[in-house]
Design a protein around this ligand. Structure first.
Ligand SMILES: C[S@@+](CC[C@H](N)C(=O)[O-])C[C@H]1O[C@@H](n2cnc3c(N)ncnc32)[C@H](O)[C@@H]1O
Length: 217
């Protein structure tokens, strides 16, 4: 019986032109061969949302950032198959890499779908979305740019809401202290589908960058 040969991370990802393991800013216009707007998904997992967005919006350049090898391998295989020219996969921890690989005010959108909630109280400190990270997000967004977050965890949702609302340049698009109960304008991520199919409540947060937003609140 012949078994399917395992293709390594190196073979699929590291040799792919779509994969970037960089800690300084690539020339994004040269990488994509155009000056289309740049949107980032942090923690794309199996890449369902990222790929569907890139198919929907061929005039937008998408960067996906994650450090999950299996997901990256899958996504790059699919990008190759679909011949998608408008996605690049940036490897690494978002907290460490984003400061170096994007200029301030360079991103039109940032999506964070189902960031790991670290449900045990003693693990809360491992959560990605903390005030310094929120400042980073605000710095990298252009004026009018948006950050979209989704989570099924109520305690994490409340914490994220508090941190995003405390950032002076970000404004809750839905209204102060409010979550969106559903989201129909984007494709669903894998986790989103799983939670919806299980009947779980999802908390969506949509914030827009308006420099000096806090002064007009
Ligand atoms: C719960 S999964 C959600 C996957 C996908 N967004 C979805 O909704 O189906 C969280 C993802 O975030 C990634 N992740 C967690 N912390 C990260 C970090 N600091 N930088 C980049 N990716 C991260 C994990 O590797 C994982 O793929």
């Amino acid at each position: 019986m012949s078994s399917k040969p395992l293709i390594s991370f190196t073979e699929v990802a590291e040799e792919s032109p779509y994969f970037l393991d960089v800690d300084s800013r690539p020339d994004w216009s040269a990488a994509f061969e155009n000056d289309n707007p740049l949107k980032l998904e942090i923690g794309f997992g199996n890449g369902k949302f990222l790929i569907e967005m890139a198919v929907r919006e061929p005039e937008t350049n998408f960067v996906g950032m994650d450090f999950y090898h299996k997901g990256i391998r899958k996504v790059i295989t699919r990008i190759n198959k679909l011949q998608l020219k408008n996605i690049r996969i940036a490897y690494g921890d978002a907290k460490e890499r984003i400061p170096h690989i994007f200029n301030d005010a360079e991103l039109k959108m940032i999506y964070i779908n189902f960031p790991d909630p670290w449900p045990k109280k003693r693990h809360y400190k491992r959560r990605l979305i903390k005030p310094p990270f929120v400042d980073l997000v605000a710095n990298k967004l252009m004026d009018g740019g948006e950050v979209h977050v989704a989570t099924d965890s109520e305690p994490y949702a409340l914490e994220i809401l508090e941190f995003l609302e405390a950032q002076p340049d970000l404004k809750n698009k839905i209204g102060p202290g409010v979550f969106l109960g559903n989201r129909n304008d984007f494709p669903r991520s894998k986790y989103e589908n799983n939670f919806i199919n299980a009947g779980d409540k999802i908390y969506y947060l949509d914030f827009v960058k308006e420099s000096g937003a806090s002064e007009i609140h």
